[in-house]
Design a protein around this ligand. Structure first.
Ligand code: SF4
Length: 319
């Protein structure tokens, strides 16, 4: 029987290829905050960010890293017969702390024999060489790889201002270059349907992450929470959200322009059930994923089909 051709590079396959078996991400919730919330860059946070950041699926941050890992590994290990894990420091800004504290928190996970990788979610303006040196030291001591996930959300600097990110595209480019200079992998979070962005922004995003040789991307559909500035805008009719069909078109275009080497972690977001005003057009995230996969099939297109714009495109004919 002919094997089904994958239309895009799935993160699960990417990990299987890298580690030789299935690897599971375990979320870790640290008692930290974010410079865009505590007054350093801003006080109210990004206009879409809720009180718990991205940590609505994690355990309490009052538990130690050890306790969170043990609890989750016990459950996931039994349920999926899992053997290898990525310790995923997911919530808020996980490099926004003193370097000593950072080292202590990360080393707790690096010591776990079944933890093969550390994944740190942070902001582009919150990473410098001190933190990368800590990660390099832990890689050498415990043989754990590191990936740094950077929130960007949009490549349009006007949109970044609108959503009150507190940084621009320049800081993102600088952070990616720094991360790669330490031979760590990078991941970029993007929201494909911010109300101020259009298809051109989405294609430009695919081109920029490809040009920067980012290793992984995580695509989110916008969700709108109560008690956020975005929630207020939504209720007062100041913004409109594109249709699910348009989101699918944007995702397909993004995939076509994306370097085929880049692994795609996610095609749509998930939101906490309580206090959500809008999420995925009232469908589950996997329904959106299926719609995107179906569209790729229907158009008989695939990741990188339009990835032909780098490395001196216009003069290649002289080679
Ligand atoms: S950077 Fe992240 S944690 Fe900070 S306000 Fe924005 S979304 Fe929330």
């Amino acid at each position: 029987m002919e094997e089904k051709k994958e239309r895009y590079r799935k993160y699960s396959d990417y990990l299987k290829n890298k580690y030789g078996e299935k690897v599971y991400k375990i979320p870790i919730n640290l008692p930290t905050t974010c410079p865009n919330r505590d007054g350093e860059c801003g006080s109210d946070g990004c206009i879409f960010c809720g009180d718990v950041g991205a940590g609505f699926e994690s355990l309490e941050n009052t538990l130690s890293v050890n306790q969170q890992l043990n609890k989750n590994i016990e459950y996931i290990g039994k349920r999926y017969k899992a053997k290898k894990y990525i310790a995923y420091y997911q919530n808020f800004t996980n490099t926004y702390m003193k370097v000593d504290s950072f080292k202590k928190y990360i080393e707790e996970a690096a010591k776990f024999t079944d933890v093969v990788e550390i994944c740190i979610s942070t902001r582009p303006d919150c990473i410098d060489e001190r933190y990368l040196k800590v990660l390099k030291g832990l890689e050498n001591e415990y043989n754990v790889k590191s990936t740094i996930e950077l929130g960007l959300q949009s490549v349009n600097y006007k949109t970044l201002k609108k959503i009150k990110r507190g940084h621009s595209l320049a800081e993102f480019i600088d952070a990616v270059n720094l991360i790669h200079s330490y031979k760590f992998e990078s991941c970029c979070h993007l929201i494909l349907n911010l109300p101020w962005d259009d298809m051109t922004d989405v294609i430009e995003a695919a081109k920029i992450v490809s040009a920067l040789r980012i290793n992984q991307v995580k695509l989110h559909s916008l969700y709108i929470l109560q008690n956020t500035e975005l929630g207020r805008m939504y209720k007062e009719g100041e913004i409109t959200i594109i249709s699910a069909k348009e989101y699918v078109d944007r995702a397909v275009n993004f995939i076509e322009f994306l370097n085929p080497e880049i692994a795609i972690q996610r095609l749509a977001g998930r939101a906490p059930k309580e206090s959500t005003l809008f999420c995925n057009w009232d469908m589950s995230w996997w329904r959106i994923r299926d719609m995107i996969e179906y569209k790729l099939e229907e158009l008989d297109t695939y990741q990188g089909s339009k990835y032909d714009y780098l490395k001196g495109k216009a003069v290649r004919k002289f080679i």
